[in-house]
Design a protein around this ligand. Structure first.
Ligand SMILES: [Zn+2]
Length: 184
């Protein structure tokens, strides 16, 4: 079974991205991605957001998600919805220059707050941040684009060992059954 290539973090003009959902989906499709999560900022979107995002087609599965602004911590958290599964990602700790201790503390606090963190980004807008790709953070590490514009599309991704099914993909990510990929 060939691994599935995907990006778990992308913005559209429904928040602060420049492209429409259709344009973002088309760009990733051109690059041969198998899945994509649209994750606009939760404090920008309207109620129609969830219906507005196209669900993709057999070639490119689209996940609907949001980037939650946890205001007390000043921490963004990715929430990606499958059919039954939900994936929570601690987004770009590198952007906040978090120490290892603070990263672990936030994971604990968010989990206690009902956002049970399943994975941690080791990228900031598609650029690898090796200091977070360490065993001391005992969760799977994901690479994402956090794309807001065309030039940020296709720089960092994961290749997941799963069948072409939203819940199977999210379960495989939670289990760490994937590898990171980066454009050179
Ligand atoms: Zn983002």
């Amino acid at each position: 079974m060939a691994p599935l290539k995907g990006n778990l973090h992308a913005h559209t003009h429904l928040s602060d991205g420049l492209l429409s959902p259709q344009e973002v989906i088309a760009r990733y499709k051109e690059l041969g991605y198998d899945f994509l999560a649209i994750t606009d900022h939760d404090d920008w979107i309207t109620e129609s957001y969830w219906q507005t995002i196209p669900r993709g087609d057999p070639d490119l599965l689209v996940f609907v998600g949001v980037e939650i602004d946890h205001q007390r911590l000043g921490q963004h958290v990715g929430k990606i919805l499958g059919e039954r599964e939900t994936l929570y990602v601690l987004n770009h700790p590198a952007r906040y220059r978090l120490s290892l201790d603070e990263t672990l503390r936030r994971i604990k606090l968010l989990t206690a707050d009902g956002l049970s963190i399943h994975a941690v980004e080791v990228t900031d807008t598609g650029l690898y941040k090796a200091e977070y790709d360490v065993d001391a953070i005992g969760l799977p590490k994901v690479a994402t684009d956090d794309s807001h514009r065309e030039l940020q599309v296709g720089r960092a991704w994961i290749e997941v060992d799963a069948g072409r099914d939203r819940d199977a993909i999210l379960r495989a990510i939670k289990a760490g059954d994937f590898r990171l990929g980066f454009a050179t």
